[in-house]
Design a protein around this ligand. Structure first.
Ligand code: NDP
Length: 303
């Protein structure tokens, strides 16, 4: 029996299901108008984990009615050929979102590939135009995991304004965009990392603690202020009691009595990432329609 009150748990699976239902509704309405959003997923090589991720993305897209196009390329694909595939997808008006599954084989320059994706189709939000747009607080495509975390936080806390949020980790995929989104939501934001001094003391200041480190159970009870809301992005596989299991960065059992609310691992942030990929595909379509409208208006206005 679960001795802990379930209300404290932030249920990522249930929230992701709600997000996907919202997406499904919007896709149905678009399809009634004769338009079906489409997502292209590009996979280079045979990496086993990447194949699972791609399969899950394609399955989820089908569930919500988004058309998906898989482009599987051999691991010895030349960078120029990959850039050619992306250029073709950029030009294809029937494709709304482009995702290149990472990591790429070592001979390919990841940055150059991500920069080749049209910012309006960049559903991962990794293009520097979108990174810059997020920093400026503009309405752009933002990375899926932190966007999913924001939805969990808004549902759990309601108003975020004025809360002190501490983000552990400063990666381009999670930590930095998470900090930018929290700042946009009027939080006071502290970002800490492997070179920060006295992490427990810094984290004890947090009303909201987001951990994106990748170290199993790094965060114990002495890192937490009573009443904190904890979002654990970390996914770590450990061997325990003779079996393999997934745990977060936070020592869940130690945190639960202290936290006002907390995400479990698994079943917390994980399901939100893919749900926000679907949401971003719809947002990409919307941004493309707005851009096309602006272009039409510009063409008709006198020079
Ligand atoms: P990175 O390895 O890119 O970044 C980890 C960050 O944690 C770095 O900024 C690093 O600091 C910091 N760090 C490392 N060790 C410590 C420490 N002891 N104390 C404080 N900070 C530390 O990882 P990602 O951001 O890509 O991912 C983080 C975790 O989130 C992983 O477990 C990953 O699997 C998971 N993840 C989960 C997703 C989901 O859908 N739920 C999606 C994406 C990631 P420094 O910069 O100084 O090196």
């Amino acid at each position: 029996m679960n001795a802990f009150p379930s209300l404290k748990l932030i249920d990522g699976k249930a929230t992701a299901a709600r997000v996907l239902a919202e997406v499904r509704e919007q896709v149905d309405s678009l399809r009634r108008g004769g338009m079906q959003p489409a997502l292209a997923v590009v996979l280079v090589g045979q990496d086993a984990a990447s194949q699972v991720y791609v399969r899950n993305k394609v399955l989820r897209a089908a569930e919500v009615g988004i058309r998906s196009l898989e482009q599987r390329l051999p691991s010895d694909t030349e960078q120029a050929d990959l850039l050619g595939v992306i250029e073709q997808l950029n030009r294809d008006p029937a494709i709304n979102g482009i995702l290149v599954q990472l990591p790429l084989p070592g001979h390919i320059d990841e940055h150059q590939v991500l920069q080749a994706i049209s910012p309006l189709k960049d559903v991962d939000g990794f293009h520097s135009a979108n990174v810059g747009g997020l920093a400026q607080g503009r309405d752009v495509l933002t990375p899926c995991t932190p966007s999913g975390c924001m939805r969990l936080l808004r549902d759990a806390c309601g108003e975020l304004r004025g809360k002190h949020a501490v983000v552990i980790g400063r990666s381009n995929i999670v930590g930095k965009p998470m900090a930018a989104l929290l700042l946009q939501a009027d939080c006071t934001v502290t970002v800490v990392h492997s070179r920060s001094h006295d992490l427990p003391a810094l984290c004890r200041q947090a009303d909201i603690l987001v951990s994106a480190v990748g170290k199993p159970r790094l965060i114990g009870a002495d890192w937490l202020k009573p009443g904190v809301v904890v979002i654990d992005v970390g996914i770590n596989r450990i061997e325990e009691d003779g079996r393999s299991r997934l745990v977060g960065d936070v020592d869940f059992a130690a945190a639960l009595p202290l936290a006002a609310a907390i995400t479990p691992v698994p079943g917390g942030v994980g399901p939100m990432t893919i749900a926000y990929l679907m949401k971003n595909t719809l947002l990409a379509l919307d941004l493309q329609q707005q851009a096309a409208q602006r272009e039409r208006t510009a063409c008709h206005s006198p020079c």
